[in-house]
Write a protein that binds this ligand. Structure first.
Ligand SMILES: [Zn+2]
Length: 479
């Protein structure tokens, strides 16, 4: 009989600088499922859970899954619900041999700086004495306590995160090895560097070289698995920073410690490369409009929806209109404007202020005046390189043509992870001169191949190019 392993997921990247709270409604909008519905939604998709369900030699028992788009601090009652349902479903699952967890690793809740630890401790108490294997995001900020409470902990190797399913599969394999008698534990080292997201891309330096050298150290010594989590810098908690992880047999702990020490020295030696400077909106738009090659992607780094920003930043829209861009597209999350334009209907004239409503951090509202050219319900299914096969919704969505600049007004904020965000509303990104992508790096999975030139822009917001400009209360943990 195959070992029975519970599957659970708690996935949220919390930007502690974002206004508002992430409540159960935000989880319901993304993923809040129990039992068989978890497998139904994820099997065959590019998610970490999809990777878990690729495993055929374990009997996987889907218990509870909660995920929400990155955003503000998680409400206490939402965390309480997720932990309580996770414990209850594990309790009702019957005899279990292991726990397979999909965690983000950068979640923060009201009154709880380390919710992943809270969940793992609750699960350990509910199902004592069985191994726990966890997958973390590359933007995880894991604590020592969390890693110590798990057996094997691995992180995505890629940013954009195109290896989620592979890591899910790998975690299931590690679980299988543990259940076959191989003892594993995970060692962690933390480096107190808040890195610019622009310098975390896994195909570029410094990350590509750091991970390759760490793997070289591990391979030479026969170590099972190493990861570098570049960390989520917009998190005012002690555990933020860069993390290095080594999965090893307990007998090889001293080897893991050596690998970690060498890797920490390597990261520190490259610390300057984790910082970046970029042009502001005016210079970037001028450069885009003067470019001989098109499309040009303007990355709205400060309003990075995938980093928890509101998605209603107006700095680039304002400049595109001021500099009379003849052919651009900008997505603005503005529920009131999207619903109003949608009510007017296709062909109508829309005049009003859009964006800049959530906080005072992402630019003031901008007055637009144009024709509504498309109204949809905003849902789309992805076919791209990651999260493929999943369906997302922007809510009521209206496209307003403002003299060549298309403003896509959406009821919900959705990160620019997939080109269907535009194609589903009739916009071919390859035919635009300028595409504004509200992100730092992850947009490359959606538009990287059509972009002939990419300009990362230092726009105002809570995901700034340089994370050190944000105020901090928490000191960072070192080693
Ligand atoms: Zn991430």
């Amino acid at each position: 009989m195959s070992p029975r392993v519970a599957v659970l997921s708690m996935w949220h990247e919390t930007n502690t600088y974002a206004s508002g709270r992430t409540g159960l409604a935000q989880f319901e909008a993304f993923e809040l499922l129990e039992g068989a519905a978890i497998a139904e939604r994820n099997r065959g998709t590019g998610s970490v859970l999809g990777g878990f369900f690729d495993e055929t030699e374990l009997e996987l028992v889907p218990c509870f899954a909660a995920g929400a788009w990155p955003g503000p601090i998680v409400a206490q009652e939402a965390l309480d619900h997720v932990v309580a349902r996770s414990v209850a479903t594990v309790g009702a699952a019957g005899p279990l041999d292991g726990l397979l967890l999909n965690l983000h690793g950068a979640m923060v809740a009201e009154g709880d700086d380390d919710p992943e630890l809270t969940l793992v401790e609750a699960l350990r108490a509910a199902a004592p004495g069985i191994p726990v294997v966890a997958v973390l995001d590359l933007h995880a900020n894991p604590s020592h306590a969390l890693v110590e409470r798990c057996d094997a902990v691995i992180a995505y190797d890629t940013y954009p995160h195109v290896d989620m399913r592979d890591r899910g599969r790998e975690a299931a394999q590690l679980m299988r090895q543990i259940l076959a008698g191989r003892r594993l534990e995970t060692r962690l080292a933390k480096v107190p560097i808040l890195s610019s997201l622009l310098r975390q891309g896994s195909a570029q330096e410094p990350m590509a070289g750091l991970l390759a050298r760490m793997r070289g150290r591990a391979n030479r010594r026969g170590i099972a698995r190493v990861s570098i989590a570049a960390g989520f810098p917009f998190s005012d908690v002690e555990r933020a920073g860069i993390s290095a992880l080594v999965v090893c047999e307990p007998a090889r702990r001293h080897v893991a410690t050596e690998i970690l020490e060498e890797t920490v020295r390597d990261i520190r030696a490259h610390r300057e490369e984790f910082h970046a400077t970029r042009p502001g909106p005016r210079a970037a738009v001028a450069q885009a409009l003067a470019s001989p090659v098109r499309p040009v992607v303007l990355a709205d780094v400060g309003d990075n929806v995938g980093g928890g920003c509101p998605g209603d930043g107006t700095a680039l829209l304002r400049e595109l209109l001021a500099q009379r861009a003849p052919s651009a597209v900008v997505v603005i999350a503005d529920a009131a404007a999207a619903v109003a334009a949608g009510e007017l209907g296709e062909g109508a004239r829309f005049a009003g202020e859009v964006g800049g409503r959530t906080d005072g951090m992402h630019g003031a509202p901008v007055a637009i005046d144009g024709r509504v050219v498309r109204v949809t319900d905003g849902s789309y299914t992805t076919a791209g390189t990651w999260m493929e096969g999943q369906t997302f919704s922007m809510g009521r969505t209206a496209v307003v043509d403002c003299g060549g600049t298309l403003v896509v007004l959406t009821e919900q904020r959705v990160p620019p992870f997939h080109r269907e965000q535009l194609t589903s509303v009739g916009i071919d990104p390859a035919e635009r001169d300028v595409i504004v992508a509200k992100g730092a790096v992850a947009w490359r999975a959606a538009f990287g191949d059509v972009a002939r030139l990419a300009i990362e822009v230092d726009t105002p917001g809570i995901c700034p190019v340089d994370p050190d400009v944000l105020p901090r209360r928490a000191a960072l943990v070192s080693s």
